[in-house]
Design a protein around this ligand. Structure first.
Ligand code: NAD
Length: 250
């Protein structure tokens, strides 16, 4: 018996091979959960889900689109009858300076990171309310807490700070229905979101700011997501948990 045995979990943006979402989906499956991987591309989502085992599901879902979020959750409710866990992991970033942020940059970054978190949460909350149980885990960033300083621009910091506010407000509103809402603030984790996009100077500067002296691994964020998704954290709600090697100690 795993700690997630009998639980049904959705992880958004989890098709990326080296990403935090895939690592989280894999760890959840290893601990007994049945997992749905939602991502932009259907084939990639199905492939990622089948890596975890035959009972897991891959679905296409652009989290920016309300109809996609509703359709994915409806399909899963039809199949599973319940949803216990939602991990809002889908996200994009852009390394822009303040004066270079155009409307389209703002829309893209705010939409995927913040609107997507809202829309997916809205899609699962009615079922979680009915069950009187649920855990929502939102992937924010250390950039929200310290104003960037790694890769993403100010619009990314703002979007991820918005995720923290949303996480806490949902925690307050949904607590009476026994639905918990928490955020993870990863520091610098080696994934495709920055792969090949940082020069040596930029990378060295980021490393200097990490007391543990190394980038984090996707599995190390997944471990925290497992804790927050499971009953191990049954009295934890509205929290922001740092997974950053000491790059922000506060
Ligand atoms: P990644 O680029 O490897 O994965 C992101 C995934 O999100 C991709 O599979 C992509 O297809 C998917 N996605 C993008 N837009 C989407 C949309 N509209 N709908 C559905 N899926 C969409 O990145 P990652 O590093 O694994 O990032 C995962 C999350 O962690 C993101 O929210 C990111 O902002 C956050 N984060 C990452 C780091 C880091 O250092 N890697 C640090 C802090 C926070």
């Amino acid at each position: 018996m795993g700690i997630l045995t009998g639980k049904f979990a959705i992880v958004t943006g989890a098709a990326s091979k080296n990403g935090l979402g895939k690592a989280t989906a894999k760890l959840f499956a290893e601990h007994g959960a049945t997992v749905a991987i939602l991502d932009l591309n259907l084939e990639q989502a199905i492939e990622a889900a089948s890596d975890l085992g035959p009972q897991h599901v891959g679905l296409a879902c652009n989290v920016v689109k309300e109809e996609d979020c509703q359709a994915a959750v409806n399909a899963l409710l039809e199949k599973w009858g319940r949803v216990d866990i939602l991990v809002n992991n889908a996200g994009i970033t852009q390394p822009l300076k303040i004066m270079d942020i155009k409307g389209a940059n703002y829309d893209a970054v705010l939409d995927v990171n913040l609107r997507g978190t809202l829309l997916m949460s809205q899609a699962v909350i009615p079922a979680m309310r009915e069950q009187q149980a649920g855990s929502i885990v939102n992937i924010s960033s250390v950039s929200a807490q310290r104003g960037g300083g790694i890769f993403g621009g100010p619009h990314y910091s703002a979007a991820k700070a918005g995720v923290l506010g949303l996480t806490k407000a949902m925690a307050r509103e949904l607590a009476p229905a026994n639905i918990r809402s928490n955020a993870i603030c990863p520091g610098f984790i080696g994934t495709d979101i920055t792969a090949g996009k940082m020069d040596d100077t930029m990378y060295a500067k980021v490393m200097e700011g990490i007391p543990m002296g190394r980038a984090g691994k996707a599995d190390e964020v997944a471990g925290c997501a497992l804790f927050l998704a499971s009953e191990l954290s049954s009295y934890v709600t509205g929290s922001e948990v740092d997974v950053n090697g000491g790059s922000l100690i506060h």
